[in-house]
Design a protein around this ligand. Structure first.
Ligand SMILES: Nc1ncnc2c1ncn2[C@@H]1O[C@H](COP(=O)(O)OP(=O)(O)OP(=O)(O)O)[C@@H](O)[C@H]1O
Ligand SMILES: [Mg+2]
Length: 379
């Protein structure tokens, strides 16, 4: 019966019995190992969820990434689960089987800008009515909340600044943060939506936590429209994700008291496309339009941005301002900078009224060119 080779088996039968037995054992071990491995591959993946509320040691309410909430068991051996923790849950009965190590502040610090601005009210030209309004609804309640308690009215939790680009919306928000010594937390709506796919809602929650920890604080949301546009259809998963982030944002606003020392300032160039939910009473319910400056405003802005320049003798602010009407604050500033360059090119350091008018034309021309480039993208 001795054979040296058996097809399909690589061992020789003429070996001693003990060798064969050993070989046999090894093969069995390998099979068990492979079975284990196979089981692991076959077991369904665990889902990631967040704990909304810990009911007791054995039960919790969790929220799935799609927003659905469930009352679930906590497997024994999983201790120290807290509200807000990220956990792994089984697919079938959603039992919490493990905690994901705390990812708090996973990226919030890198992505927001948090500082204490130094912008002064005097850095803002024109916008007298806007400044008054913002001081009344943001500064006063932060500085003297007791006044509102006494009178029995609730100040808005947040305001909306809207209007064309470059008119001083960001400037206003920074000035009110500076005057109240508030921490200024700046986020850009489009970044919140694009960079943090799947994590936007969590990030919103962390931003509000951060604001509360650093209060008094102003949460400044630029390009609010990319987060809060009115969506009629929620076709793609991306759109649903933005919607979830937006819902979390609304929930956070609803969750704090009007007299708390966190305020929200939203900014947009497109108020017309905002979801009315964000503008409802109790949310960003004070809307302040920030428009292009009138002639007096232009003159003030011109004075601000030429303050450090050496102007020609007899420089007539009013006459120059007349030339600049129609420009935004940002454009006036750019015209002054261009005027400075024009002087440098001609080896002068004194700026004339003519330089500023030339500067204005250059600013308008470069905007036109940019506009053409924009149109070329579609042709
Ligand atoms: N009213 C103003 N007074 C003085 N400077 C201004 C004024 N408006 C704009 N500027 C100048 O233009 C710059 C840009 O303005 P700002 O960022 O406040 O515009 P914005 O309204 O927020 O624009 P966008 O809608 O594009 O965000 C400011 O840093 C400032 O130098
Ligand atoms: Mg801005």
């Amino acid at each position: 019966m001795a054979r040296d080779y058996v097809e399909g088996g690589a061992f020789a039968l003429n070996n001693s019995t003990s060798d064969v037995e050993q070989e046999n054992r090894l093969l069995r071990e390998t099979i068990t190992q492979l079975k284990h491995e196979l089981d692991r591959y076959r077991s369904p993946a665990l889902l990631v969820a967040d704990v909304v509320e810990l009911v007791d040691d054995e039960n919790a309410i969790i929220v799935m990434p799609n927003g659905n909430k469930f009352f679930v068991d906590i497997a024994s051996g999983v201790d120290d689960v807290k509200n807000g923790d990220s956990v792994l849950v089984e697919q079938k009965n959603l039992t919490i089987v493990d905690k994901i190590s705390s990812t708090k502040r996973f990226n919030v610090d890198q992505f927001i800008i948090m500082n204490k601005p130094t912008t002064k009210w005097s850095d803002i030209g024109g916008l007298k009515r806007e400044v008054e309004e913002i001081r009344e609804v943001v500064e006063l309640p932060l500085k003297k909340p007791e006044l509102f308690e006494k009178v029995g009215i609730e100040p808005p939790k947040g305001i909306l600044l809207y209007g064309p680009p470059g008119t001083g919306k960001t400037l206003l928000a920074k000035a009110v943060a500076a005057s109240t010594n508030a921490t200024f937390i700046e986020i850009v709506g489009s970044e919140l939506v694009q960079k943090f796919i799947g994590e936007g809602a969590k990030l919103v929650k962390e931003i509000f936590d951060l604001a509360r920890e650093n209060a008094p604080a102003i949460i400044f949301i630029d390009e609010l429209d990319s987060l809060a546009a009115n969506r009629i259809e929620l076709g793609t998963s991306g759109e649903r994700e933005v919607q979830r982030t937006f819902m979390q944002f609304l929930a956070e606003i609803d969750g704090f008291k009007p007299l708390s020392n966190v305020k929200i300032i939203g900014c947009t160039n497109r108020k017309d496309i905002l979801d009315p939910a964000i503008l409802r009473p109790g949310r960003l319910d004070r809307h302040i339009e920030v428009g292009a400056p009138d002639i007096d405003g232009v003159e003030q802005i011109l004075k601000i941005h030429t303050k450090k320049m050496k102007l020609e003798k007899g420089f007539k602010y009013k006459a120059v301002a007349k030339e600049l009407v129609g420009l935004s604050g940002a454009e006036i500033k750019a015209a002054c900078t261009e005027a400075g360059y024009a002087a440098i090119r001609q080896n002068r350091h004194v700026i004339t009224a003519k330089d500023i008018v030339v500067g204005k034309e250059m600013v308008l021309r470069s905007e036109e060119l940019e506009g053409d480039e924009y149109m070329n993208m579609f042709s």
